[in-house]
Design a protein around this ligand. Sequence first.
Ligand code: ADP
Ligand code: MG
Length: 729
Amino acid sequence: MATFRFRALEEVLGRQPLKTSPPSSRISDYFSDNVFDMGQMREYLSEEALKSVTDAMTNGTRIPRGVADQVASSMKDWAARKGATHYTHWFQPLTGATAEKHDSFFTPVGNGQSIERFEGANLVQQEPDASSFPSGGLRNTFEARGYTAWDPSSPAFVIGNTLCIPTIFISYTGEALDNKMPLLKALHAVDKAATRVCRYFDKNVTKVHSTLGWEQEYFLVDSALFNARPDLQFAGRVLFGHNPSKGQQLDDHYFGSIPERVHAFMRDFEYESHLLGIPVTTRHNEVAPNQFEAAPLYEEANLSNDHNLLFMDLLEKTARKHHFRLLLHEKPFAGLNGSGKHNNWSLATDTGVNLLSPGKNPKSNLQFLTFFINTIKAIHDNADLLRASIASAGNDHRLGANEAPPAIISVFIGSQLSAMLDDLEKSIKAGKMTPADKTRLKLNIGKIPEILLDNTDRNRTSPFAFTGNKFEFRAAGSAANCAVPMTALNTIMAEQLGKFADAVDAAIAKGMKRDEAILKELQSAITASKAIRFEGNGYGEAWVKEAAKRGLSNVRDTPRALALLRKKEVVDIYGRHNVLSDRELEARVEIELEKYRMQIQIESRKCGDLAMNHIIPTALRYQNLLIQNVKGLQDILPKTKAEKASATQVSIIEEISERTETIRTKVYEMIEARKKANKTEDAYEMAVAYCDKVKPFMDEIRYHADKLELIVDDELWPMPKLRELLFTS
Ligand code: ADP
Ligand code: MG
């Protein structure tokens, strides 16, 4: 009988691309059709209701109960026309995924009668049974209630037959149990601080919003092969498997032509995304075989993040439809590139100005410089907070693994802007500026747009790079919820811009001219944040040494990165901007530590199981075949000839014995290490024990198992091999 692996391969080779055809070749004909967006609201809502909702969207004002009833009823009518029979509050619990609980519009009213009902109260607030979502101790078991509350700044949408309403998720006592609420608070904080700074330059600015454009990387594997790999099923990454003799060395996959089956899948998820108003525009192959990327146009950060979560969900569902399985793990295949999710980030005013894009006149260039330099300073002062915001078990494999940005946070701005900042630093003199100084400065600042025009300078190895009109935070993992790094980034920007404005105001109060006060403050920010600027190769060993000399942190694993969130400065910043209280922050640390520990625990169990019941038995079966062969040779050949003829077999028999014995010993030692780690009381100590004492065994066990894969008869090997996972489609 053919092995599972060969049957799975046969299934894959018989697959045909699934055809999907959007109703029109013009995306604009159906874009956002399934979203209750501004256009729909104008059609369905009364003027009063529309005004109330737009106020809530832009200023966070409360929607009166009567209006909420109106909105709910119109939303239901609209959704029903789209085929919706149910509604759900769609939220982002701290598990990292999204959650939904569906309720029917259908309401029995007695006497066998029923109506379709959806009231303001159902729209505005729900009480899902939340006891099994992580709360990090914020909810006592006797008070398991959690509430979801409507976020009017992100529009409702219909998927299948369900109306989905984006919501925040909070405890009975009002503490955040999700990722959306802190993000909204951070966006509010940065709005306040950035608007204050903008008003030095333009009094018309009344609001600043943060923009986010994500780039989502992922792998695809055929579902038949996936199902024959218990490690992929349970851990999201392969725990065993020798690397194929051809990997990504030839760089022939990057931007190569997209296989037909994958292309059909992409067309399908793009169509679904467009219906939901997700402006996906870019698709291409990535560096590793079977790795791809998709990216939308950027949007306001809260909406963009909702769209990313929705998009990950769509990818997963569409992949299954096409007999693929989606791998969002940061490093499914050791030795090949991992997957990240670049967060392109900027700030924009309600007057339509991108604050990280230089303008046409010296004033707007000074505004650009102000935001640009303050960003660098914010990263310099809060690198640890940013590092912690991208910590996860999966991302540990990626950060610093020679193809992803290192765990050391630094900022890349390109050689020309570097020269410009160095020059600015020198030309702003202590004491009063002479007219000549001022002219020189003006000229310098005036040159910025030209500098950026041919700023082709790109450094792929930097975790935080300026790319012409935005910064790109590249260290986030592919499975991450961008809300976490975006909350961190916008909070530290609020902190920095607030400090900056305080200093400028103080100087102005002492009689200094405004522009001069701004320039002086920028100069001191340039000087103070120099250590974080790095233009060289972030992947090299030399940088690790250099960064240490500069005093930059290099925190390589998740437990230790999460511990940074307990530093007083971090707790204070989150508290000061009302983003996360110390209790909320501590709850998050606990939850993330536990998530880390559980992830390693699952991997370690799966590794042990597969070693004991897949790999060792297969190796022994092959060993038995060899033993029979050797015995047979002894039966038919004279002793000396038989010895010679069985030399290869005997050495393989011996190698199998040695390796299986090592694997067995290591598996038992790993189990002991887990038992010991589990006795630890403290969440941090336990996570560290899993990281330092349990995790290393998996590499050792894999090393010997992969050697066995190379000598055991291909036909006996049960699990699909990496070359099959990566090169069959
Ligand atoms: P790449 O980094 O792959 O070379 P680009 O630099 O063209 O690609 O842009 C990548 C992403 O940056 C896109 O998703 C785009 O929407 C986003 N982006 C562009 N401008 C901004 C901005 N002002 N704020 C946030 N994201 C932006
Ligand atoms: Mg990019």
